[in-house]
Write a new protein. Sequence first.
Length: 71
Amino acid sequence: MKTEISYRFESSQVANRFIHLLKNWPINDVKTKLFNGGNCVKVNYDYDESGFDYTVAELDDLAEIHGGKEI
């Protein structure tokens, strides 16, 4: 199942750092896209239906480290 979550950051520079970290992210294979003037990031990934999927929790933690908030 496809899942989508979005985050807002203080600037496009911070949003780009977040995207860069996700390029080789070991938790799950995610696709990212900037939107809303470049300071927001949309993340898409396949939900692991075999058990509890920690992807959203890990994304939230990583975004929070960079000052991002889920929107």
